[in-house]
Design a protein around this ligand. Structure first.
Ligand code: ADP
Ligand code: MG
Length: 237
C-alpha cells in the first residue's frame, strides 16, 4: 500500500477519522494476507469492532497510532494484525530475528494477548515468545530469545534480556507496540521504559493503545512517534 497523504479525506469513519477503506466492516475487506484472514476466520473473527475499523486502515499503511478505546472494545486485534502484516510483507523469516516487540504492563495481560497472537497468526511461520518473568527460568529463555520474531513481554523482563542476554539484538525491529500504554507510560515503568526505548532503533512503526488517550507531548517524544494518527472511539452519549 502506498502511504496516504496525511490530509487525504478518502472517507469518514463514524468516529470522524478518515480511512482509505471507509466502507470496510469485515476483516476480509482489508488489504491483508490470506494467512491472517484464515487465522481470523478460524478464531471466528469476521466483523471489525469500531476501534479496529478506525485504526487498522492507518496502521496497515505503516503509520504510528495513538489509539484509545474502552476495555473490551477489541484493541488487541488492532495491533496484532498490523504486526503480522508488516512482518509478512517484509518476508520476515527465522534468520531475521526480532521484528516486533509487544509490551504489556502485566503478566496476565501479556499472556492473554499472546494467545490472540498465536490464534490469529496460526498460519504464519513466525516464532513468537512470551517473556514475562516468574514463570520460566530466564537462562533457558536467554538461549532462545534471539531466535524469536515476535516478543510479547512485560517491561521488566524485556529489560532483563536487553541487559543480560548475550547478543540480544533488536536492531532490525519493525514494529513496537505498547498495550495499555497509559499504564506503561506511568511513573512505575518510567525507568524501565526509557532504558528499553533507548536501545531500540528509531526507524520503526510504533502503535500505542490504551483505554484513555495519551497525548502527553513528553511521552510521545520519549517514544519518538512520527506524526501519529490519533484514533479515539468513545461511547456515544
Ligand atoms: P481490549 O483490549 O480493548 O480490552 P480485547 O482485544 O481484549 O479488548 O477484546 C475484547 C473481547 O472482544 C475479546 O473477547 C475478543 O475476543 C473480542 N473481540 C475483539 N475483536 C472482535 C471482533 N472483531 N469480533 C468479535 N469479537 C471480538
Ligand atoms: Mg487489551
Amino acid at each position: 500500500l502506498p502511504p496516504l497523504p496525511s490530509d487525504a479525506p478518502i472517507g469518514r469513519l463514524p468516529d470522524g477519522t478518515f480511512s482509505r477503506y471507509p466502507g470496510a466492516t469485515k476483516f476480509s475487506e482489508l488489504p491483508i494476507s490470506k494467512k491472517t484472514i484464515d487465522g481470523l476466520k478460524k478464531a471466528h473473527y469476521v466483523s471489525m469492532t469500531e476501534i479496529q475499523r478506525a485504526s487498522l486502515p492507518h496502521a496497515l499503511c505503516g503509520r504510528d497510532i495513538l489509539g484509545a478505546a474502552k476495555t473490551g472494545s477489541g484493541k488487541t486485534l488492532a495491533f496484532v494484525i498490523p504486526v503480522l502484516e508488516k512482518l509478512h510483507r517484509e518476508r520476515w523469516g527465522p534468520q531475521d530475528g526480532v521484528g516486533s516487540i509487544i509490551i504489556s504492563p502485566t503478566r496476565e495481560l501479556a499472556g492473554q494477548l499472546f494467545d490472540v497472537l498465536k490464534a490469529v497468526g496460526k498460519y504464519h511461520n513466525f516464532s513468537a515468545g512470551l517473556l514475562i518473568g516468574g514463570r520460566k527460568d530466564v537462562d533457558t529463555e536467554k538461549e532462545r530469545v534471539n531466535e524469536l520474531n515476535i516478543l510479547v513481554c512485560t517491561p521488566g523482563r524485556l529489560l532483563q534480556h536487553m541487559d543480560e542476554t548475550p547478543n540480544f539484538d533488536c536492531s532490525q525491529l519493525q514494529v513496537l507496540v505498547l498495550d495499555e500504554a497509559d499504564r506503561i507510560l506511568d511513573v512505575g515503568f518510567k525507568k524501565a521504559l526509557n532504558a528499553i526505548v533507548s536501545q531500540l532503533p528509531q526507524h520503526r512503526q510504533t502503535l500505542l493503545f490504551s483505554a484513555t488517550q495519551t497525548k502527553s507531548v513528553h511521552d510521545l517524544a520519549r517514544l519518538s512517534l512520527k506524526d501519529p494518527e490519533y484514533v479515539g472511539v468513545h461511547e456515544k452519549s
